[in-house]
Design a protein around this ligand. Structure first.
Ligand code: A3P
Length: 299
């Protein structure tokens, strides 16, 4: 099993002794899972030194982070000959002071990631002009995926009901904060040449093109054959199949369904309308909103 899988499994084990009401805490106004990112981890991030050649991945939870972890690890492996096997869990907020010291001496290119709000990412990533890949997903499927994740991930409090989780998501009272706040903050960086925003839905439609764009963005040149290898190894079925060794017992929880439109099996017509209104109000007329192609995927 990979280091990631072993680490996750030990946290899952510890979580069994923690009460649901103690699993989340607030830092800087945002909820976080205490076991995975305790306060000392978040405080330690303030001094983290980014490098210009870091490969940085950012995603609001359940937007396809692990998918892009698989894609980027394979791109880096093809381009540099490094192993695609995980050495470290890629989320910087899970590291803590000791792992951060190890990361500080790791060879380039380092592969790092976070679910944090763009304004809470360590400032050095922007100062060093690190290239940042952002994957976003339509809010209805993100909410559904988050709901199932909370239900099946012992480090998070289990949901009381679908209705209560819906309301928590809509008001941003979920780990890592409000989907809309994250999207609006990325909207401000849409012109930044060091930020590339891709969507889950576009990648579902044409992963091979996505792999081409993502590798070019990070300056990795892949042959057609290499691009095909990355694409084939990153399909939902391929990643789900290897998820036991990559993610241990959490594999089946993270690689759940992998589809666009599962929201139709969960949302009531009223909830669907409420999300439509919230999307129009918060993200209507924005470029990130347009990129998410809400009409096509959510109506
Ligand atoms: P579902 O719960 O809708 O199935 P994250 O990694 O950010 O937690 O996101 C998890 C979501 O991404 C899950 O969505 C998961 O199935 C989906 N996913 C993971 N790997 C994928 C892949 N290779 N192709 C498509 N979807 C993938």
């Amino acid at each position: 099993m990979s280091n990631i899988a072993t680490n996750m499994q030990s946290k899952v084990q510890q979580a069994k002794d923690v009460k649901d009401e103690d699993k989340l805490y607030r830092f800087d106004g945002v909820l976080y899972p205490r076991l995975m990112c305790p306060e000392e981890n978040l405080k330690a991030l303030k001094d983290m030194d980014a490098r210009a050649d870091d490969v940085m991945l950012v995603a609001y939870p359940k937007c396809g982070f692990n998918w892009m972890v698989g894609v980027l690890r394979k791109i880096i492996a093809e381009a540099t000959g490094a192993s695609a096997e995980a050495r470290m869990p890629p989320l910087i907020e899970f590291f803590g002071p000791d792992a951060l010291k190890t990361v500080a001496t790791a060879p380039s290119p380092r592969f790092l990631g976070t679910h944090m709000h763009p304004d809470k990412i360590p400032a050095s990533f922007y100062a060093k002009k690190t290239k940042i890949l952002v994957i976003f997903r339509n809010p209805k499927d993100t909410l559904v995926s988050y709901y199932h994740f909370c239900n099946n991930n012992p480090v998070l409090p289990s949901v009381k009901s679908w209705e209560s989780f819906f309301n928590e998501f809509m008001s941003g009272e979920v780990p890592w904060g409000s989907y809309f706040d994250h999207a609006l903050a990325w909207e401000k960086k849409m012109d930044d040449p060091n930020v590339m925003v891709v969507t889950y839905e576009d990648l579902k439609q044409n992963l091979s093109e996505g792999v081409r764009g993502i590798s070019a963005f990070f300056g990795f040149s892949l042959s057609e054959q290499q691009r095909q290898t990355v694409t084939e190894g990153s399909s939902f079925s391929a990643m789900k199949e290897s998820s036991q060794s990559s993610h241990g017992g959490m594999g089946n929880v993270i690689f759940r369904k992998g589809e666009v439109g599962d929201w139709k099996n969960h949302f009531t017509p009223e909830q669907s309308r409420e999300m439509d209104e919230a999307f129009t109000k918060r993200l209507g007329g924005t470029r990130i909103g347009e990129k998410l192609n809400y009409q096509k995927h959510c109506q």
